[in-house]
Design a protein around this ligand. Structure first.
Ligand code: ZN
Length: 247
């Protein structure tokens, strides 16, 4: 039976520590808690790493976080040779915040890229130093410089980034909200999580379950490292932190 883990990061991506109770250990040693601040790998964003601190002060290192039988079951995968906690045990959770914050900045940067390049998305992957977004786009004459300038304009404007919940019906009435070509947001759960950019979502809104920084300014300086041709109708854009290196 799949468990339903309360995902604290959905309401507040900035929670770095919390308490929880162990509800199960799966056959591979994965730890399932009643609630968590660890984001589980999905939507192109890698899961969190961190520690579970036991009552005696010792720590269980968590090497990865994944979903289980359902998207609501979050499994904390211990690093090799960690002690297993008991079901019912209380633990203190701490995520590797430095890494998560980089992922939040990068993930938000990917949203900004979809504003600058408004084409259907065919894939995306976020990592702490490099991210990519694939677009269904023919050669539109983009240069790294143009796209970087567009991204940095959004960063400098320091637009708010926030979450709004809408119903399946509202989403059905606004099909333009979905930019992803292959991935449809889950329907039938009653509520869709929209990630909005700008006052009243004036810049962008799209369904997303990931974690993001709270303003475009917090993304910081980014640039397009590369634009690769992945087929006649497909372009892969790579985003990196920092200023564009001088050639
Ligand atoms: Zn997102």
């Amino acid at each position: 039976m799949a468990h339903r883990t309360e995902a604290l990061f959905r309401d507040d991506a900035y929670v770095r520590a919390a308490d929880a109770t162990v509800v199960a250990i799966n056959e591979r040693g994965g730890i399932i808690l009643d609630r968590t601040i660890f984001y589980a790998t999905s939507g192109g964003q890698p899961g969190d790493t961190g520690t579970l601190e036991r009552a005696d002060g010792s720590r269980i290192a968590i090497a990865a976080t994944i979903t289980g039988e359902t998207k609501d079951e979050i499994i904390h995968v211990p690093a090799p040779e960690q002690p297993a906690p008991e079901v019912g045990e209380r633990v203190k959770l701490a995520i590797d915040w430095e890494r998560r914050h980089l992922l939040m900045r990068m993930h938000a940067a990917c949203h900004l890229l979809t504003v600058v390049c408004p084409f259907p998305i065919t894939g995306a992957a976020v990592s702490e130093d490099d991210s990519r977004v694939d677009f269904d786009a023919p050669d539109a004459g983009f240069t790294r410089e143009d796209v970087t300038a567009g991204l940095m304009e959004l960063v400098r404007a320091d637009h708010p980034i926030f979450v709004r919940l809408i119903t399946d019906e509202e989403l059905a009435a606004n099909p333009g909200l979905v930019k992803s070509k292959n991935v449809r947001p889950p329907a039938g759960t009653g509520k869709i999580r929209l990630v909005c950019i700008g006052d009243n979502a004036s810049i962008d809104s799209q369904p997303c379950g990931g974690t993001h920084v709270k303003s475009t300014g917090e993304v910081g300086e980014i640039h397009i490292g590369k634009i690769e041709k992945k087929g006649r109708e497909n372009r892969r854009f790579r985003i990196r932190f920092g200023p564009m290196p001088v050639a």
